[in-house]
Structure formats: structure tokens, C-alpha cells
Design a protein around this ligand. Structure first.
Ligand SMILES: NC(=O)c1ccc[n+]([C@@H]2O[C@H](COP(=O)([O-])OP(=O)(O)OC[C@H]3O[C@@H](n4cnc5c(N)ncnc54)[C@H](OP(=O)(O)O)[C@@H]3O)[C@@H](O)[C@H]2O)c1
Length: 247
């Protein structure tokens, strides 16, 4: 079986790093994107020490020039891309919290723009740039790191566990990312490419914080499952550990 080539944005720490680690026995060369090259090299070395076939690419998802750099890297080294994990993301501020940055009525517009830039516009633009290489894969897989907090159905339901967990800028950016998943999957429905949204769980990372119930070692499972879906697997879905979530 030919080796698969994967690109994980924000792979130097947290869930991106864990996802790279968990791709270890799947016949995949994992390229982690890291905006700080030194941190990326340290992460790459840790991955290699753990037995992962890993490389690092300096990559800032908010720098448009880096999209073309990524395209050129994958095109010249491999001629294709099999797996894209749109993982890099930011929160609107420490969460849970009740600052204005989490509200719909008072969020500073700069915060809204910044969160949407990293969590929505950038993955859309990166995917668009890399799509010609994913189309060359015999089994392209795109995983958009969403969150259960992107679910409008759950946010609108007073009985749902996330009803009181509202952070408008972050939540809306993940809802928008979910829309991208649905629309792109529709456009690619007659290709070999599958596009899905992942909710990793509430995981102990710098973003998830210490209160999170899920250990980092468990947090890469949904992304890895969607990155390695078989040919008859789903596309255009929104999943947590194999279970569909309501949009
Ligand atoms: N943790 C959770 O409970 C949870 C739950 C649901 C969804 N998620 C989603 O899962 C993804 C990963 O979250 P995490 O918990 O691993 O967060 P994290 O620990 O804060 O790590 C975020 C990663 O994204 C990178 N990043 C941020 N801005 C970037 C930029 N402009 N360019 C390139 N990389 C950038 C960071 O790089 P630097 O090191 O350079 O900052 C870091 O590698 C996010 O999309 C998040 O929304 C997380």
C-alpha cells in the first residue's frame, strides 16, 4: 500500500500534535504545520522519537503567502496530498468566562474578525489552495476541526449540555466551518474526497484548559478516524467518536 501524505495545521502542540502521534501505524507521512519553526522542529523530533514518520513545515494559517508555500511543498515533494486536517484554531479568550468577548451583544468586532480569520476564512482558503493536490489522491480526506459549540441545534435547546456554554465569536466561527463542510462535501460528492467536521471532545489542551474531562491522549481519535475513513465512509457529516452530532 502506498504511503499516505497528511498535513495537519497547528501540529506543534495540543490536538494537532496528538493527531499526528495517533497516525503512527496508519502508513502515513505526517507533515505538521507550525508557525514557529523551532517549536515545530521540537514537535517533529518528539514524533519521530515515538515512531511517527514526521516532517515540519513553517506555516501560519493567517498568512496567505504560506498557502502557496504549502502547495509548492506538497506538489514538489509528493505531487499530491491525501489528508488535510484543518486543526489550527483560536478561542475568543479564556473560556469558560463571562467577558464581553464571549457575548453576542458586546463582542469587540476586532475579536470577531480575528477568530473568524483563523477558524473560518483561513481553512477555507487553505483548502481551496490545496484542493488540486487532494484531487490527485486516490482517497482524499479533509477533516475540519469544528466543535460541539458550533451546533446551532444544541445551542438553541435549553436542555442540551452546552446551552450555557456560549462564546459567540468562537461558536459562530465553528458553525460557519460546519457550513463549509456541508457545501464542499456536496461539491465533491462525485470524487474520491470525503469532507467531515470533527468534534474532538472537551480536551485538556492549552485551549481546553484543566477542567476538560478528556485527556489529550484520547483527543485525537475523532480526527484520526475521519482522516482514515474507508471508501464507504461518510462525507458531509459532523462527528464525535463515530457518533453524528446535530448541526
Ligand atoms: N481542546 C478542546 O477541548 C477543543 C474542543 C473542540 C474543538 N477544538 C478545536 O481543536 C483544534 C485544536 O485545539 P487545541 O485544543 O489543540 O488548541 P491549542 O492547544 O490552543 O492549540 C492550537 C494550535 O493551533 C495553532 N494555531 C493557532 N493560530 C495559528 C495560526 N495563525 N497559524 C498556525 N497555527 C496556529 C497553535 O499554534 P501556536 O503554538 O503557534 O500558537 C497550536 O498549534 C482547534 O481548532 C479547536 O477549536 C478543541
Amino acid at each position: 500500500m502506498e504511503q499516505k501524505i497528511a498535513f495537519i495545521t497547528g501540529g506543534n502542540r495540543g490536538l494537532g500534535f496528538q493527531t499526528a502521534l495517533d497516525l503512527k501505524n496508519t502508513g502515513t507521512k505526517v507533515v505538521i504545520g507550525s508557525r514557529d519553526l523551532k517549536q515545530g522542529e521540537e514537535a517533529r523530533d518528539k514524533l519521530r522519537a515515538a515512531g511517527v514518520d514526521a516532517e515540519v513545515l513553517q506555516f501560519d494559517i493567517t498568512k496567505p503567502a504560506d498557502f502557496q508555500k504549502a502547495y509548492d511543498y506538497f506538489n514538489s515533494n509528493f505531487g499530491r496530498l491525501d489528508i488535510l486536517v484543518n486543526n489550527a484554531g483560536i478561542a475568543a479568550g479564556p473560556f469558560p468566562g463571562d467577558g464581553p468577548e464571549h457575548t453576542a451583544s458586546d463582542v469587540p468586532l476586532e475579536v470577531l474578525h480575528n477568530v473568524f480569520e483563523t477558524n473560518f476564512f483561513a481553512p477555507v482558503a487553505l483548502t481551496k489552495t490545496l484542493l488540486p493536490l487532494l484531487k490527485k489522491s486516490p482517497a482524499g480526506r479533509i477533516v475540519n476541526l469544528s466543535s460541539i459549540l458550533g451546533s446551532l441545534t444544541l445551542h438553541a435547546d435549553p436542555k442540551s449540555p452546552i446551552y450555557n456554554a456560549k462564546s459567540f465569536a468562537y461558536d459562530a466561527s465553528k458553525t460557519a466551518l460546519n457550513a463549509f463542510t456541508v457545501h464542499l462535501a456536496y461539491e465533491l460528492r462525485n470524487t474520491k474526497i470525503k469532507v467531515n467536521s470533527a468534534h474532538p471532545g472537551w480536551v485538556k489542551t492549552d485551549m481546553g484548559g484543566d477542567q476538560a474531562p478528556m485527556e489529550l491522549s484520547e483527543g485525537g481519535k475523532t480526527s484520526v478516524a475521519l482522516a482514515t475513513l474507508p471508501e464507504d465512509g461518510p462525507t458531509g457529516g459532523y462527528f464525535h467518536l463515530g457518533q453524528p452530532l446535530p448541526w
